[in-house]
Design a protein around this ligand. Sequence first.
Ligand code: G6P
Length: 470
Amino acid sequence: MLDKDTRLVVISNRVAVPKARGAAGAQGGLAGALNAALTQTGGLWFGWSGEEHPDPAVEPKVGVYDGVTMATIDLLPQDVEEYYNGYANSTLWPLFHYRIDLTAYERDFAMGYERVNERFAVSVAPLIKPDDVIWVHDYHLIPLGERLRERGFKNRMGFFLHIPWPPTRLFVSLPYHERLVRTMLSYDLVGFQCGEWLESFLHYCRKELGANVDEQTGRIDLDGQTTIARAYPIGIDYDHFMAQGVTGEARQTAQRVLSSTRRRTAMIGVDRLDYSKGLPERLDGIGRFFDRFPERVDDLVFIQIAPPSREDIGSYQQIRALLEQKTGQINGARSKIDIVPIRYVNQGHTTAQLFGCYHACKIGLVTPLRDGMNLVAKEYVAAQDPEDPGVLILSMFAGAAQQLDAALLVNPHSPDDIASNIRLALEMDRAERKERWEQLIVTVRDDNVQRWTENFTGDLATVGRLVGGG
Ligand code: G6P
């Protein structure tokens, strides 16, 4: 825990400025989590406004909302293309999600990434005070710590990666991989979502950089610099989420789902429309289930909420087209005049509406091919009726599976495995559902976003001293 006189400075690509706060959309887990973290501690949040400008100002626009100062800058269109659509989301994102087949290795993208990290450093530097603790987030901004150190900042500085860290043999396909990782060692503390990503990172540091790595403590020593790397599983803002659940909006949404599904069991998926989420594979699993049990179309309906994301990138356009095709095929083959097995919804929803949907659906289907953590799985658990909870089917390749092992764990690549687990979930008696849920809810409630913030910032305060970082 940081002492209350220390200011936390959070830097991330995306900032949840109030117009987007709690709003329907596809902001992903990061913005919501950081919003909760900063509301708890107060402080400064710096990042991209999400806007392009032909001649963007260096000075950020600043506003104060609920005790949190939010400072944002616009970016040049070319920078958005090469940094955000390019290196961040066409190079690092696919590679870190093990999709080497979708990874672009473009030099212009790498240069745009360097440029924007430099721009972030130039714009945020005047806002940083000597005693601030700085916490940088996610793959967009890995080199930022080094850019700030070059400017003489001695503050305690931490970095958290919200997505997986890939195995070394994949990661070395990135040109200048060594340079990127060396910039990570400018931070005092580096956090990952789970032990698996941490292990891959430590392995890389030892094998490729020749660093001295202590696997027990996560201490990495290289060229006189020390960094600590640890796993800090992120959680949901449990109290806020539960408060949304008792609103009229949540109740009405649950009612809409129930009355429109009548006696059928509703199963739900909620994901940004991203290839890492395993959506076509999920539909193949559902298709397999109906192939095996065609009569069950009378008692199972699947609701997939998938707000579009990163729409300027070709691989995202392709996945969208594929999903439309697969949904159309299954619905065409299995619908009856009064029954449609899959409802495919591209709109975003508010937190209250999502709570209502989760609550009304007796199966939660969360099957990413790779995911840093996955907070939908945790929200689904939180929204269940304790007396009659639904069943969570969770990919074994989500970071969340390492904590939520009382869920039904599936291989998201296998349509047969998905189909079998849907059947298991449909037939699971209430006693087993309760037993599993009671285990899951303890983690979801206790390992919440507030604890995550306290753990990370508390360690950052300590390791800062350990490595003499100020
Ligand atoms: C993931 C990333 C976040 C990102 C979010 C939404 O959760 O880890 O950094 O903000 O997706 O993606 P977007 O590109 O819309 O910010």
